[in-house]
Design a binder for this molecule. Structure first.
Ligand code: FPP
Length: 272
């Protein structure tokens, strides 16, 4: 889907795209899609109408990310905590998800997009599980953008699952010493993915809501008041543009500041 002019010439998205440095795009964008319920309430519609409009925003964003060449896009679609919602809303969300998979599969294939799922998705109702497994398998050879959907996901549960998986391995193979950060990262659901460079949250809430807690240690966070169903390619590009204005120091200082302090860095203590 990458092309020289991914947006309509002269559109707000096109103008933003002109300002973006294409060599420094985020390798991984993660999105907490929030505000579907409020979007519906403002229109005196049932909450589920907000989720339906949310799926349209999902389509827009998947298409835009693929067009501009983002390697990985992760969407927080359903958390372990979302089971606390009314039963009908949960059922509707599952139905929407299955519809999305069915209707978008051809588009994913045509655009070489791989679908991956993170979370305890094997615990979802059978029909959803089957559709998800089939879509993941049939797109697994696609080497274009990876679309990662967090389903029945909780970052704390992911860490617990990673620790248990490590424990099992060590029990099988005999204990091999201390566990390192790399060991733990290699047992997360996201083990084959780079950490997100950019985390977007819609609807103005300043929370990370149990999402990718390990992986976002150094992620740049961009929050917009826009509700998810109103999120467009323009918002996406605003986020990417702002991300490129940030200075990522990963706990260090800028070379200029280091020079002023007149000191060389010391060797770090052993992190293992
Ligand atoms: C948050 O809005 C949104 C969700 C919990 C669900 C997100 C799901 C979709 C957009 C549709 C299905 C997803 C895919 C990938 C096809 P909220 O209901 O918490 O909004 P509120 O905070 O305004 O009540």
């Amino acid at each position: 889907m990458s092309s020289a002019a991914p947006f309509k010439k002269g559109s707000a998205a096109d103008l933003l795209w002109q300002k973006i440095d294409r060599r420094r795009l985020p390798r991984h964008i993660a999105i907490i899609m929030d505000g579907n319920g409020r979007w519906a309430r403002r229109r005196h519609l049932p909450r589920v109408a907000g989720h339906q409009a949310g799926v349209r925003a999902v389509r827009r964003v998947v298409e835009s990310c693929a067009r501009i060449g983002i390697p990985v896009l992760t969407l927080y679609a359903f958390s372990l905590e979302n089971w606390k919602r009314p039963r009908q809303e949960v059922a509707f969300l599952m139905k929407l998800l299955r519809e999305y998979i069915r209707t978008e599969l051809d588009t994913l294939q045509r655009n070489n997009i791989g679908l991956q799922v993170i979370g305890r998705w094997q615990q979802l109702p059978e029909g959803v599980r089957e559709d998800v497994a089939q879509a993941v398998a049939s797109t697994s050879a696609n080497r274009g953008m990876q679309l990662v959907v967090a389903l029945n996901y909780s970052a704390r549960a992911e860490l617990v699952d990673a620790v248990n998986s490590l424990l099992e391995l060590h029990q099988r193979n005999g204990f091999a010493g201390r566990i390192t950060e790399a060991d733990l990262a290699a047992h997360l659901y996201t083990r084959n993915l780079p950490d997100p460079d950019l985390l977007i949250r819609t609807s103005g809430e300043l929370r990370v809501s149990n999402f990718l807690l390990w992986q976002i240690a150094y992620t740049e966070i961009w929050v917009t008041d826009t509700l998810w169903p109103d999120f467009t390619e323009r918002h996406l590009l605003e986020a990417v543009y702002e991300y490129q204005q940030r200075e990522r120091r990963y706990g260090a200082v800028t070379p200029a500041a280091a020079g002023r302090a007149g000191s060389r860095s010391v060797s770090p203590p052993d992190r293992r």
